[in-house]
Design a protein around this ligand. Structure first.
Ligand code: GLU
Length: 432
């Protein structure tokens, strides 16, 4: 009877997850790669489903005196290779299935980069743009308090993601440290440097995206200086990608954010755009270019197209019309499976898949954690040099793997990550 009930619950959970479009995309990618790797069915199942799914309700006193209850999630996909690692997202559209998909991708990303972590992701359905800092602080602290029994420097280490910053990590660090009765900087990464955050962490993801774009340009025989780019999204990742590309002498033709898209065929003045953003909060109305339709922007000609916003923005319809030479996936899961199939068939776009392209963030998070555990600190130059070495190694390994197996970059990257996790699970065995 007991096992029947468990099987029933299990089936519902699988169905619920698969009903989410983002999870079903991640699971579809996994299935394809598992077939490619001819994964043993037993290991396959263990790799596919998340180990722990935690949902907490979060009552928060709002500034007007009301109590509002938010829902927060943390999905720990697997703990077989070390603590889980991944960001915490604040966004009104956060759903459990999406968080589970993002946790799954974090696994393959950490394994691909050779980091001793499993994948995790957290999210709270809320709109930080409409909340005061006080409300955000109370929400973050309440989440840290509720989730505290399930996290720890050797269990689950959070970091910023969409809608959260170093300040949110500082509040988690403080709440957790207060509970423990000691300062525990290694509980989160991406925290402020003054709290033993790592130099270079804030720009790490964007720096990695720009660096890998130059590696791809190099492979295609295109000069970096003067190469053109379009960037969708101007948050932490998009803005640092743009800044780093600008510092390499690349021309940024178009940038978009929620306020709209700004275009200048000759290249945008990045410093002026940043100053405009600091003043107005969005790219809209920037004098150094013309406003264009954000969807149209994706279809313009360029050397490097960087989706740096959300999942599933490059659909099959868009993929067929892309005019970029390199697609550098700074966001997690920006390309749908039908778009992937089209890109593979077209064979004229050099894809830098998300789990490699945006791995700069979690790689420097790993450096931060290691520095914290050793109570040591590296300079920004040291951090970025180590980051570039690691990214370059993963990039070259991927190209080698794909050439050897005659497969796409997406398949190669996922296969490398999934195979690493599968081997660990198989070698550890199944208990009991
Ligand atoms: N949120 C980032 C990602 O999706 C960073 C995660 C981390 O540093 O742990 O990769």
């Amino acid at each position: 009877m007991k096992s029947l009930i468990l099987a029933y619950i299990d089936l519902n959970m699988k169905e619920d997850l698969l009903n989410d479009p983002v999870f079903s995309m991640a699971a579809g990618q996994f299935d394809r790669v598992a077939d490619f790797l001819k994964l043993d069915d037993r290991v396959r199942e263990r790799c596919k489903w998340p180990k722990r799914i935690i949902t907490v309700s979060l009552p928060v006193t709002m500034d007007d005196g009301r109590t509002e209850v938010f829902f927060g999630y943390r999905v720990q996909h697997h703990l077989s290779r070390g603590p889980v690692k991944g960001g915490l997202r604040f966004h009104p559209k956060v759903k459990l299935g999406e968080v589970a998909a993002l946790a799954m991708w974090m696994n393959w990303k950490c394994a691909l980069m050779g980091l001793p972590y499993g994948g995790g992701k957290g999210g709270i359905a809320c709109n930080p743009l409409e909340m005061s800092m006080g409300e955000q602080e109370r929400l973050t602290r309440r989440f840290a308090q509720e989730i505290a029994p399930f996290i720890g420097p050797e269990i689950d280490v959070m970091a910023p993601d969409v809608g959260t910053t170093a300040q949110h990590m500082a509040w988690i660090l403080d709440t957790y440290s207060t509970r423990e009765g000691r300062f525990v900087p290694e509980i989160v990464t991406g925290k402020p440097v003054v709290l033993q955050g790592s130099e270079g962490r804030t720009q790490a993801t964007g720096h990695g995206v720009a660096f890998l774009a130059t590696r791809a340009l190099n492979k295609l025989g295109i000069l970096v200086e003067g190469a053109t780019a379009i960037v969708q999204g101007f948050g932490n990742v998009g803005s640092h990608t743009v800044e780093t590309m600008d510092s390499y002498g690349m021309k940024i033709r178009g940038v978009s954010d929620i306020s709209g898209a700004v275009w200048n065929e000759q290249g945008l003045d990045v410093a002026a755009l940043k100053a405009h953003l600091a003043k107005t909060g969005g790219v809209a109305g920037f004098g150094g270019g013309e406003m264009i339709d954000p969807d149209e922007m994706l279809l313009q000609e360029c050397d490097v197209l960087v989706p740096a916003a959300f999942e599933r923005v490059i659909t099959g319809e868009i993929a067929a019309k892309l005019r970029c030479k390199i697609l550098a996936e700074a966001a997690n899961g920006p390309t749908t499976q039908s778009a992937d199939a089209i890109i593979e068939e077209r064979d004229d776009i050099f894809l830098i898949p998300d789990i490699l392209c945006n791995a700069g963030g979690v790689t420097v998070s790993y450096f931060e954690w290691v520095q914290n555990l050793q109570r040591f600190s590296w300079t920004k130059a040291e951090v970025l040099a180590k980051l570039e070495t690691k990214l370059n190694e993963a990039f070259e390994n991927l190209l080698f793997f794909c050439a050897e197996h005659k497969c796409s970059h997406r398949l190669g990257a996922l296969a490398t990550g999934i195979d690493t996790v599968a081997k660990v699970k198989k070698t550890r065995g199944l208990f009991p």
